[in-house]
Design a protein around this ligand. Structure first.
Ligand code: ATP
Ligand code: MG
Length: 484
């Protein structure tokens, strides 16, 4: 009797029917079965079949297909604009380089195919009539929230070390307890991760790091041996104590607490992990035995940039992370003018993240530090809300003069125009000029007459060094700010 009924999309049923009517077996398999059992909507539908790759191609000769994965038995069939991976039942031969099977063997039996899959929760197949095929107790493991290798864990991780990170990612995302043999094998095989491609490491880490904060932090704590192989730069953090009234943890433990408290987005979480990675290099101890870490933001940024580059992270994604790391130690604005200047540089969303990061950083220091910082955090939030609410945030476009005015005055077209407008904008924000055309034009005239060549804009009290060439948004900046 069928125990579990899975609702399959009509398109999937049609693809299965096409294979079966040609005499082959067909099942949905892997992640989609797992997700359906968890009551989640599957991201994509993978099929497995007894048909050989050429036989799959013959079955779907009228559809668009992709053969990139054919060597490993996978044909991608495009049906009504959606891609489905259909893979021939296979066993994997010997493994090369701790990741890729030297050759795969196509077989006609589902149960052998399920054996090659990594975890019991991923080794289930489903058929609308035959029901759930669950040879390794995947369903029970899912119900018990348990992650377990199919077969001998040491062997499975030695064959393909990426499974270590997949396992940690599943444990994080589905909040699974890791079986003790599987866990021990992860620790033992961690050194094999050094040969796994950085792209794949990044993909898995990007998914893992977005799971529930305390779960992610605990996995970083419990599997330090794994992170030490992927990110050896974190090793000195683990022994770097912080004798300072604000801190109750060493640098590593503090960073994990910040990660735990940071909202679940990639910029915040990566920044949390690496924001103090430069502390061991900058540590000094004063005559009272208090530790200081002058300039650690800059050093942390440098190290983080190197790691993110190694992970092949795009500049678009890495730059905002580095900006947040660089900024994390500079005080929050305490008046509306300071806030306006920062919003000009980072945008409203970027500034919101700076405040949230400060909060997570304080929470990661000690409960007393967070309590002491709450008024500052609340003030910053209030100032930001006020700017947004009153639409008082001045941008270049709000100035009563523009580049054409400067050209009329005699400035040559080019970057200098932006610099002068920026300088005038800051004078308006600081209340030193009123935003009236005649006032601003005469200031521009004064600059033109008196300053030749025009100096670079002064940006009072703005602590953001030029070396970071990005804004802090996840997407494109809201403001165009010539000097940011
Ligand atoms: P998700 O799609 O959420 O990342 P998934 O389990 O579906 O999870 P896929 O990469 O889509 O992951 O793989 C589909 C299936 O192929 C898995 O469920 C598993 O059965 C098998 N599989 C994938 N990668 C491996 C691997 N490295 N070792 C063994 N089996 C794997
Ligand atoms: Mg999948």
């Amino acid at each position: 009797m069928k125990q579990f009924e899975m609702e399959l999309p009509l398109s999937v049923l049609i693809l299965m029917e096409q294979l079966e009517s040609s005499g082959y077996e067909a099942y949905v398999v892997g992640g989609c079965v797992r997700d359906a059992l968890l009551g989640r909507k599957p991201k994509d539908w993978d099929l497995c079949t007894s048909a050989l790759p050429e036989e799959i191609i013959a079955c779907f000769s009228k559809l668009q297909i992709r053969k990139d994965g054919m060597e490993h038995g996978t044909i991608r069939v495009i049906y009504e604009g959606v891609g489905y991976e259909i893979t021939t039942f296979r066993t994997d031969g010997d493994y090369l380089d701790c990741r890729h099977p030297r050759q795969v063997q196509f077989i006609r039996s589902l149960s052998e195919d399920l054996l090659r899959r990594d975890f019991t929760i991923n080794a289930m197949a489903y058929h609308p009539i035959k029901g759930l095929i669950d040879s390794f107790g995947g369903k029970a493991d899912l119900q018990a929230k348990y992650l377990r290798c199919v077969g001998e864990p040491l062997q499975r991780f030695s064959e393909d070390a990426l499974r270590i990170l997949r396992g940690l990612r599943f444990a994080a995302c589905y909040e699974l307890e890791i079986d003790s043999d599987t866990s021990q094998a992860i620790q033992d095989c961690a050194p094999l991760l050094k040969d796994i491609s950085q792209e794949r490491i990044k993909e898995e880490c990007n998914r893992l790091i977005l799971a529930k904060g305390n779960v992610v932090a605990q996995l970083f704590r419990d599997y330090t041996s794994v992170w030490n192989v992927i990110f050896p730069e974190v090793i000195p953090m683990q022994t770097c104590t912080q004798n300072h009234p604000r801190h109750q943890y060493n640098v590593w433990e503090h960073s994990l607490h910040v990660l735990e408290n940071a909202p679940a987005n990639l910029q915040m979480r990566w920044a949390a992990l690496f924001h103090d990675i430069g502390k061991p290099q900058t540590k000094t101890t004063d005559e009272n035995g208090i530790d200081h870490f002058h300039g650690h933001g800059v050093v942390s940024t440098r190290i983080a940039r190197k790691i993110l580059k190694r992970l092949c992270m795009s500049k678009k994604r890495a730059n905002p992370i580095c900006t947040l790391i660089l900024r994390h130690d500079t005080p929050l604005p305490t008046d509306i003018k300071q806030m306006n200047r920062l919003v000009l540089a980072f945008g409203v969303k970027g500034m919101q993240k700076v405040i949230q990061f400060h909060r997570a950083d304080s929470a990661g220091q000690s409960p007393a530090s967070l309590e002491a910082d709450l008024p500052k955090l609340e003030l910053a939030q209030q100032l930001l809300d006020q700017l947004v609410e009153e639409r008082k945030c001045l941008h270049l476009k709000d100035l009563e003069i523009d580049g054409n005015d400067l050209i009329e005055i005699g400035f040559e077209e080019g970057p200098r125009i932006g610099e002068v407008l920026d300088m005038i904008l800051h004078l308006v924000i600081d209340g030193k000029l009123t935003n009236q055309k005649n006032v601003l034009r005469s200031e521009a005239q004064r600059i033109f007459n008196e300053l030749a060549p025009v100096p670079a804009p002064e940006c009072p009290a703005d602590p953001i060094p030029d070396s970071i060439d990005s804004d802090i948004h996840d997407t494109t900046p809201e403001t165009s700010h010539p000097s940011s």
